[in-house]
Design a protein. Structure first.
Length: 188
């Protein structure tokens, strides 16, 4: 039976949810170390962070460090996608148990760096997400593609090309054990 996107997503989610809770702090520390190393020289950049769900990699440590140097933004759910708003406290728990900053009248349509949670990636380093397509629809609306970093709490990778053309690809994949950049850019 050929590997499909939905089967791969299901396998990756099982792997993430069944990973050992004992070394969760270590895995998050390694991810934060790699992510901060990538972002530490950025000054004044507009950086889109995600605010983690319990089974996603917890990148809040890096988010708090980068806030001092960069304009930190987070998703704000709207219909089947989201818009970006400035990160500010307090956060409110919303749909899908996602914590969000309050809505903003600012119209932010350009970001320099996007940090995106990922369930898995295929051979082109295209994202397998949670199946809602929110990041795909959001990236589709952007005029300029930002430098995109995928974060995975557990490596879940297939060499096969199972993603659709509209699925976003990354410039860097960060996992607790490694970082991976695409060998070549694929033309879609």
């Amino acid at each position: 039976m050929p590997l499909t996107k939905s089967i791969f997503r299901e396998n990756c989610l099982k792997k993430i949810k069944n990973s050992s809770s004992e070394n969760k702090y270590y895995r998050n520390a390694m991810i934060n170390k790699r992510l901060f190393r990538e972002l530490k020289n950025m000054k004044g950049a507009k950086v889109l962070f995600y605010y983690p769900l319990p089974f996603e990699a917890d990148i809040r440590k890096t988010l708090n460090k980068i806030r001092q140097k960069c304009d930190v933004l987070v998703p704000f759910m709207q219909d089947s996608s989201f818009k970006i708003v400035p990160f500010r406290l307090p956060l409110k728990k919303k749909k899908f148990d996602i914590h969000e900053a309050g809505n903003s009248l600012r119209n932010i349509n350009k970001i320099d760096i996007a940090i995106v949670p990922s369930v898995g990636v295929d051979g082109k380093l295209q994202r397998i997400g949670f199946g809602k397509g929110m990041y795909d629809r959001f990236f589709e609306k952007l005029k300029n593609k930002p430098y995109t970093i995928f974060i995975q709490p557990e490596i879940c990778f297939t060499k096969e090309f199972i993603c659709d053309d509209h699925d976003i690809a990354c410039d860097l994949l960060i996992t607790p054990k490694s970082s991976k950049r695409p060998k070549k850019r694929y033309v879609y």
